[in-house]
Design a protein around this ligand. Structure first.
Ligand code: ADP
Ligand code: MG
Length: 569
């Protein structure tokens, strides 16, 4: 029996699930769906972003609704227009085999009369932002007096955004006997208050530890001079040529400035903040989703709707004032079971904030060093080489080949390669040849215990010709190396996975066995090759590494893993 079937879902939903390619229920789905299907109950469900909450309430909601009756039976409140549209689309997908079921989205910034007309045609499920919902209730454009299910999605975000009054007022228009399902990534006091006020002995479901980030996210900080944040950002981008990231700034002005500088410096970047029109925002988000933009610089408020999978890095250009917000930021990566990195560019005066976050997250940051110029150049060179290798040949050039051959006649292959690489590489080399070290040492009272000044001599850095393209991330590459060479997880560190190659470090004691193991080593029919890299590697060991590797081996809360059976009450 299919794992979703076991949860009690009906045929129409199972068919849609198969179409979507979901194989295993996520933990929150496994816990919430059977309870919601079997009982008429209220529920409070806490799970990180990216854990599949939409289906956790969407599947049971669709199954419980009577599609033959046009009355509005379900209401989902969600904080932003983007999320509203996203949920609506997901639900439509889930319900594609359910005849007669209509899901309608209502949100600000679009024609209210059109939305009212849409609702009037019959909408068993309405997905709404609180502001627009309130507006439409006041104008008697919707009727929610007969709803049976109300979902508060991303409740913490809605309250953060000041929707408490709207939510209370909206709920006062709904019948008392309905069921309320609250979903949230975190449980601040305000959410607890809502739960107490509007719910009756709710079932409680918690996935992972309350208030802790997903285990798929690695947290790192880079200590720099406050004035050199931008330079540090640039180096981090250069050291990660395939970066796909959201960069968080505190103010609209900083957001705009950083984005403008990045664009000037030749990066695919854009700003996302509240001063943009809805139209501009849509365009930016579309470009980001389709990867035309690699670095999206955003304010916290504007980024609330961002729900893009595969983000490799979240970068805190500045730390937020509240720890909860850090949690939301870092939750933008490491989604759907993938791993991600949350980076903080931090000045000495802010180091104690890092400690405060560690306490709440119950996780350690790794103190890393901004890669040196030479290291970045090396990464860029390898990247360029693999880009050349993977470039599809444009047959149009055939026509010009004789002439080109003629020009390059006297140059042998080796020299030709050197020259080709130098063409592109010149830009980096010129920029970096005189670049200074941006790293700051934590000294005095603020000294971060995480920065230890162990000299690099004992460590060896390696280059290996497999990367993301081959299905690796830092976790799985580490596992692969450990299993193949028979090392401890802790023996391998500073693992840095790029698109088609990676770097890692070990102590020099392991170098011989590693090189030996990987002489003529084949995996899945192809040679896996390891070489010693010329550079010792960017980061010194953080304290994270010393902690029995705990940080790397936490339980996987992602998809595909069976969650604990039974439910917590
Ligand atoms: P959340 O609301 O918890 O942040 P979403 O519901 O937006 O998470 O889900 C995150 C991503 O995971 C979406 O792309 C969704 O389609 C996908 N997803 C959800 N459930 C599953 C599953 N059981 N198997 C595979 N992918 C899933
Ligand atoms: Mg969600």
């Amino acid at each position: 029996m299919n794992k979703f079937e076991k949860l009690g879902l009906n045929e129409q939903l199972l068919m849609a699930i198969e179409d979507m390619g979901f194989e295993t229920p996520s933990e929150v789905q496994e816990k919430a769906i059977p309870v919601l299907l079997a009982n008429d109950t209220d529920m409070v469900s806490l799970a990180q972003t990216g854990t599949g909450k939409t289906a956790a309430f969407g599947f049971p909601l669709i199954q419980k609704i009577n599609a033959n009756d046009k009355t509005t039976q379900g209401l989902i409140l969600s904080p932003t227009r983007e999320l509203c549209l996203q949920i609506t689309n997901e639900l439509k997908n889930y319900a594609k085999y359910v005849k007669g079921l209509r899901v309608v989205a209502i949100y600000g910034g679009a024609s209210i009369t059109e939305q009212a007309r849409d609702v009037k045609r019959g909408a068993q499920i309405i997905v709404a932002t609180p502001g627009r919902m309130q507006d439409m209730i006041n104008r008697r454009m919707v009727d929610i007096t007969e709803i049976e299910y109300c979902v508060l999605d991303e409740a913490d975000e809605m309250l953060n955004m000041g929707f408490y009054e709207d939510i209370s007022s909206i709920l006062s228009h709904t019948p008392k006997e309905k069921n309320t399902w609250l979903f949230s990534a975190t449980m601040p006091r305000e959410v607890a208050t809502i739960a107490k006020k509007f719910m009756h002995s709710p079932e409680e479901i918690t996935v992972g530890t309350k208030n802790s980030g997903t285990d798929t996210v690695q947290h790192e900080y880079y200590l720099v001079n406050g004035r050199e944040r931008y330079l540090a950002l640039k180096r981090l981008a250069d050291a990660n040529p395939d970066i796909f990231s959201v960069i968080f700034c505190r103010t609209k002005r900083d957001t705009q400035n950083v984005a403008e500088k990045l664009i000037e410096d030749g990066y695919n970047a854009a700003a996302l903040h509240g001063d943009l029109s809805q139209n501009q925002r849509d365009m930016v988000m579309k470009a980001f989703r389709t990867r035309q933009i690699q670095m999206l610089v955003a304010t916290d408020v504007a980024a609330r709707g961002i729900d893009v999978d595969d983000i490799t890095h979240v970068i805190n250009y500045q730390l937020p004032d509240e720890i909860e917000i850090y949690n939301h930021r870092s939750g933008r990566t490491g989604r759907a079971g993938k791993s991600g990195i949350s980076i903080v560019i931090v000045a000495k005066s802010e180091l104690r904030k890092i400690k405060a976050i560690e306490k709440v997250l119950k996780k350690q940051f790794e103190a890393k060093k901004i890669p040196s110029s030479m290291e970045i150049c090396e990464i860029q060179l390898y990247h360029l080489a693999s880009k050349i290798k993977n470039t599809e040949i444009n047959e149009e050039v055939n026509h010009y080949l004789p002439a080109i051959n003629d020009v390059l006649r006297d140059i042998d292959r080796e020299e030709l390669i050197k020259k080709m690489v130098s063409v592109e590489f010149g830009r980096f080399f010129n920029y970096y040849k005189n670049a200074k070290d941006l790293n700051v040492n934590a000294t005095g009272r603020d000294k971060a215990p995480a920065v230890d000044d162990i000299p690099g001599e004992g460590d060896v850095r390696y280059f290996i010709n497999v990367g993301e393209r081959d299905g690796y991330d830092w976790k799985s590459l580490k596992d692969f190396l450990r299993d193949t060479v028979d090392l401890d997880r802790d023996d391998i560190f500073k693992v840095d996975v790029k698109e088609s190659f990676s770097f890692f470090n070990t102590n020099a004691a392991h170098t011989e066995i590693i090189l030996q193991t990987f002489t003529d080593f084949k995996k899945d029919g192809r040679f896996v090759n390891i070489e010693i890299s010329k550079n010792p590697g960017g980061s010194h060991k953080g304290r994270g590494r010393k902690r029995n590797g705990n940080k790397f081996s936490g339980p996987n809360k992602g998809f595909g893993k069976k969650g604990r059976k039974g439910r917590r009450r």
